[in-house]
Design a binder for this molecule. Structure first.
Ligand SMILES: [Zn+2]
Length: 234
């Protein structure tokens, strides 16, 4: 049937879903969108959506008249979301979710899925390595802190990799990695962090070693100062 909508083709919809691991690309959502149906052995429940970044038809959310019909229906103009998020981004003519934001979600989701390939999907949020994320208010005080207490010896697990990628969304500028002088375990762990970030295309200053006036435990990530300090294992 001929319509005036530039819909995606089925193979592109499938590819978008698979590239996203059937997980919603909204970083605040990341819901799984597919599951087996209890009805038969072959059916499934699917709540995903190949959403248009710029609308498929004139007057739709973020419609870009400058695109050709071909470009509008191409996989490059699609983002995989759950149905809720797909509805959400199109409210108010899409004005709350501009093209740049959706392109960023898509790119970041690609990286996140790539990093997690062949890794456990059921990582317990409460287990794993100790990490502390801080940010400073304008007076220099600490405004937020998250501490997850966990196991030993420290290893750069998927959860921590994700936290690092989130802490430093921007690859411009060095990330300074420092570990406690004389602590071999801390240095090994800091080196793992450094190697991972280098692999991800970051430029790293370190691993530096430093003596701290008081004993520093766990890791401290400061997104604003672009520093990671690896203290002793807690
Ligand atoms: Zn979603």
């Amino acid at each position: 049937m001929r319509t005036n909508r530039d819909d995606f083709r089925k193979p592109d919809i499938d590819a978008l879903a698979k590239r996203a691991a059937y997980i919603c690309s909204n970083p605040d959502c990341r819901k799984l969108t597919i599951a087996p149906s209890g009805k038969t052995d072959s059916e499934f429940i699917f709540i995903g959506n190949a959403a248009h970044i710029t609308a498929a038809a004139t007057g739709g959310p973020r419609f870009d008249a400058g695109l050709t019909s071909e470009q509008r229906s191409s996989i490059g103009n699609g983002i995989f979301l759950c149905r809720n998020c797909a509805t959400m981004i199109d409210k108010n003519g899409g004005s709350d979710y501009p093209v740049d934001l959706l392109l960023k979600w898509k790119k970041d989701h690609d990286s996140w899925v790539s990093v997690n390939l062949n890794k456990r999907a059921d990582q317990d949020e409460d287990s794993g390595t100790v990490i502390k994320v801080i940010s400073h208010n304008q007076q220099g005080g600490i405004t937020a802190g998250i501490i997850n207490v966990g196991s030993q010896p420290r290893n750069l697990n998927t959860k921590l990799q994700n936290q690092l990628l989130r802490a430093f969304p921007d690859k411009e500028g060095d990330v300074i990695v420092t570990s406690t002088l004389g602590d071999g375990e801390a240095h090994r762990f800091a080196t793992q962090i450094k190697d991972f970030l280098v692999e991800q295309g970051y430029s790293i200053n370190g691993v530096n070693q430093a003596v701290f006036s008081s004993q520093l435990e766990g890791q401290t990530i400061d997104p604003e100062k672009r520093t990671i300090i690896v203290g002793t294992k807690t």
